[in-house]
Design a protein around this ligand. Structure first.
Ligand code: CU
Length: 348
């Protein structure tokens, strides 16, 4: 066996192996490192504990000669002062009569007499007339005891409730904090990070803000299930999300380094699964979990750490192979140029 040729072969093999490792891993690692560097620690939220709720909110309800309150669902937060503008652009009079009971829905088959008997026995929170062609304002303080309630409002003009003049004021408690996560998709069907740590949350509801980006060129989504502690497993995800709409569904931007933001509210603790809904990606393992108010499982933390270590090791390994390749190449060049000792002797 010829020594310089063996060295050259070793040099070429090491150089190629080293370059391949760097070529594959560097594009993945660089944006991750960049994201971490600019304070977007992967999988760890930025938590703002002082939530801001508007102290006062204005809402409008319209009525016309169509028997409906528009909109028929109002949403507000306990602790807020609410002003409702009641507009009646129709030719019939109505009333806006708001129940004090946040856990009651009136039977649709109640007669006008039954409905007015109820409100004689249970004083409404608001009871104002809405004469035809007028508008007026009502003010309401939403105290903390109203949180979580859905308060029905009706028109007490006979047969208007039965025709459809009813709706609900939904009062939600203020969020205790806002968690902000940065998540990236890779073209090898992973989320970085795949386990989002909201274990520090002790009080619900909590607002979550996700900034979703990509490290690759494929399309990806961040689609979070609304059902905690439910593993999507091998389910058909499109059927599942049709039946149980996701809390958030964010499409990744097309270029690395930019993020698309989505926000939602979690009402209770648990592990919430998120997946990529692009055909085939979930089946290839593209999923993760957001742990809210529950500990992140220990093996998962170990897995995340080892992933980071493997990437570092691959980089170091690739670098070492490149170095060995360079040394072998140099050795091969030198030994190729220096004639063997016996050849030198012959020369004379
Ligand atoms: Cu995907």
């Amino acid at each position: 066996m010829n020594r310089p040729r063996t060295l050259r072969r070793g040099a070429v093999a090491s150089l190629v192996a080293g370059l391949v490792m760097w070529a594959v891993v560097l594009p993945l690692v660089a944006p991750v490192a960049h994201a971490a560097q600019v304070g977007r620690e992967l999988g760890v939220p930025r938590v703002s504990v002082t939530p801001t709720i508007a102290p006062h909110v204005n809402l409008t309800i319209n009525t016309s000669d169509v028997p409906a309150f528009v909109p028929n669902a109002l949403h507000a937060t306990s602790g807020q002062n609410l002003t409702i503008k009641l507009v009646n652009s129709g030719t019939f009079n109505h009333t806006f009569t708001l129940s004090r009971n946040g856990s009651e829905t009136f039977p649709r088959n109640w007669t006008p007499a039954q409905l007015s008997a109820y409100f004689s026995a249970h004083v409404p929170l608001v009871n104002v007339s809405m004469p035809a062609q007028t508008s007026r304002f009502v003010n309401l303080s939403l105290n903390s005891t109203m949180a979580g309630g859905h308060f029905e409002f009706v028109s007490l003009i006979p047969y208007q409730f039965q025709a459809g003049l009813f709706g609900f004021l939904n009062v939600t408690p203020p969020v205790s904090a806002t968690l902000t996560f940065y998540v990236n998709a890779t073209d090898t069907y992973t989320f970085v990070a795949s386990h989002l740590d909201g274990s520090s949350v002790t009080k619900f509801p909590v607002a979550v803000n996700v900034f979703f980006g990509t490290l690759g060129v494929l399309s990806h989504t961040f689609t979070l299930s609304a059902i905690p502690n439910y593993n999507l497993g091998s389910l058909n995800s499109s059927t599942f999300f049709t039946q149980h709409p996701p809390l958030v569904n964010i499409a990744a931007p097309t270029s690395t380094g930019s993020y698309t933001n989505g926000s939602f509210v979690l009402n209770g603790p648990g592990a919430y699964e998120f997946i990529c809904t692009i055909q085939g990606h979930f089946a290839n393992g593209m999923f993760g979990f957001l742990y809210a108010g529950v500990p992140v499982p220990t093996p998962v933390v170990v897995a995340n750490l080892s992933t980071a270590l493997v990437q570092t090791e691959v980089l170091i390994g690739g670098g070492a192979l490149l170095g060995i390749g360079a040394l072998l190449a140099a050795a091969a060049a030198i030994s190729g140029r220096i004639p063997p000792a016996e050849g030198g002797a012959k020369h004379h």
